[in-house]
Design a binder for this molecule. Structure first.
Ligand SMILES: Cc1cc2nc3c(=O)[nH]c(=O)nc-3n(C[C@H](O)[C@H](O)[C@H](O)COP(=O)(O)OP(=O)(O)OC[C@H]3O[C@@H](n4cnc5c(N)ncnc54)[C@H](O)[C@@H]3O)c2cc1C
Length: 480
């Protein structure tokens, strides 16, 4: 037996994803080297093994070694939501910040095609996309006149800066029906669950995508996604909770961003856990010690945790022992970015036009506020009508400008990562406002740690609201 160290790749260009997973699975029982195990496998043997061990005996984690790269093109951004709700995967999609949308790049959902609403739906889509194009032109010339060219800046760089400002604002017109492309890297275990969720959707487009993804994945993974079927229990759960939700009594409107739950002793818990890692004492002993320190001593310890962290270093994992529950109302454009933070638990409500919409200040300054208001009102009117036809499909018509409610839980470590990316000055102003408000509330709750968050020195959520929005909760005018 060769006992010298070997480190090498099993190449997906030579072995199928399923064969690689089976090769790794077999090392649990076989003393042979991986390349030898792989050489003895063929598609049939791999499939037989997967069927027996992974599917039959439930050793499902082995399927995580089979990784696929899936390219999905021209699917609605609404469908992308269901796909991206699977957090154990990697996604990169067409950006509303860097690309402009083609006027025909929207989906006509099967629920609406052929219905009495088809014509009106198509008319509203044209209105939204024409509004987008018109606003883009107006915003671009406004942005060029409002953006000073820097001394060393090339004409192209300056124009690009101005263009990005325009794109950031015009995107408020884009509806959830807008088409986008998304690249997905996902392992077979996560993919099986993703397909089940897609197949269980209440939207036909999403179910069709589920069936196509399953067919494409089966070419590479003949066994591992074979049993990905709709989740039957979801139907009953949806019915029961919707019936219950109709009995909820309304309360006066709360704030748009609320910190719902936070442990007052969260900072002590994080410090105690960090201490435990580097001591031989129990958690109770570490916590008692931390609680015996005064604020100045605790602050010094927190300081030590951050003192030598570089820009690309992440804080210790023990920061995960403090967590925060937030309820937020943010525009759909911001939510589309928010949902990409996979280390959060997120519960979004369905898209609606009933929570008002945002009007970016640039829209008013560029003279297209009226156009925006008319487009938002038309979308809302159709949304209300479509709810009667198919409540879930009504979401296709909701533009990025409309607000959406989401509940989320994140730990302190994720709060650092989230605010670093989303409170930074190059983040879009909508999500920047949300990230800043979340950070402000977290600082009030846990000042020792949260004062270390990477936040801009001058901006606040309030100053972003004032600088970038004419209104964050405008109400649509319904002509009926
Ligand atoms: C400037 C900028 C431009 C962007 N442009 C685009 C774009 O054009 N298109 C687009 O689709 N998205 C874009 N994004 C979104 C970006 O790709 C991320 O999806 C998003 O910012 C979430 O960041 P995250 O992965 O760090 O956070 P989370 O998903 O919350 O993860 C937190 C941390 O956990 C770790 N982690 C989580 N999952 C994994 C994993 N599977 N593998 C390894 N580590 C993991 C990482 O350390 C990560 O930082 C952009 C983001 C920024 C900031």
């Amino acid at each position: 037996m060769n006992l010298s160290r070997r480190i090498y790749r099993l190449s997906p260009s030579q072995l199928s994803a399923e064969t690689i997973a089976v090769t790794f699975a077999k090392t649990s029982r076989s003393p042979e080297p991986f390349d030898k195990i792989a050489a003895e496998l063929d598609a049939e043997k791999s499939s037989k093994f997967s069927e027996k061990w992974i599917v039959g005996y439930g050793h499902s984690s082995v399927a995580e070694h089979a990784v696929l790269h899936l390219a999905l093109e021209n699917i609605s951004r609404l469908a992308i939501e269901t796909l991206e709700s699977n957090r154990l995967a990697s996604y990169t999609e067409k950006s509303t910040r860097y690309q402009e949308w083609n006027p025909d790049a929207w989906v006509l959902p099967p629920e609406i095609a052929g219905s009495r609403f088809e014509e009106k739906y198509c008319a509203v889509m044209r209105l939204l996309f024409q509004g987008y194009a018109h606003a883009m032109t107006a915003l671009r010339s406004w942005s060029e006149s409002a953006t000073e060219r820097l001394p060393d800046e090339s004409e192209k760089a300056w124009q690009n800066r101005a263009r990005i400002q325009a794109v950031d604002v015009a995107r408020f017109f884009l509806p959830a029906a807008s088409m986008a492309n998304v690249g997905v890297t996902i392992n077979a275990r996560a993919l099986e669950y993703a397909i089940k969720k897609l197949l269980s959707s209440e939207l036909e487009e999403v179910r069709q995508i589920g069936a196509e993804v399953k067919a494409v994945a089966t070419q590479e993974l003949p066994t591992l996604v074979k049993y990905a079927n709709p989740i039957e229990s979801l139907t009953g759960i949806r019915e029961s909770l919707r019936a219950q939700s109709r009995r909820i009594e309304a309360l006066p409107d709360g704030s748009w961003c609320r910190l719902l739950g936070v442990e007052p002793a969260g900072e002590d818990q994080v410090l105690a856990a960090a201490l435990l890692r580097f001591s031989e004492k129990s958690y109770a002993e570490c916590l008692a010690h931390i609680q015996s320190l005064d604020d100045r001593q605790k602050a010094a310890l927190v300081g030590d945790l951050f003192k030598q962290l570089g820009d690309f270093d992440v804080p210790l994992r023990e920061l995960e022992y403090a967590h925060y529950d937030f309820e937020l109302v943010m525009d759909q454009g911001a939510y589309f970015e928010f949902k990409r933070h996979r280390m959060m638990t997120q519960t979004p409500q369905a898209l609606t036009t009933r929570l008002g919409y945002a009007i970016p200040k640039a829209m008013s300054l560029a003279g297209v506020e009226g156009l925006h208001r008319r487009a938002m009102s038309a979308a809302s009117e159709l949304y209300e009508e479509l709810r009667e036809l198919h409540p879930e499909a009504a979401a296709y018509v909701v533009p990025n400008g409309y607000n959406r409610r989401v509940l989320c839980r994140l730990n302190l470590r994720e709060l650092f990562q989230f605010t670093k990316l989303r409170a930074s000055e190059n983040a879009h102003f909508s999500i920047r406002r949300a990230a800043l408000r979340m950070a402000e509330l977290a600082v009030e709750a846990h000042p020792l740690f949260c004062s270390k968050l990477c936040l801009p020195s001058v901006e606040t959520a309030q100053s972003v609201s004032e600088a970038y929005f004419t209104d964050v909760c405008a109400k649509p005018e319904i002509s009926r």
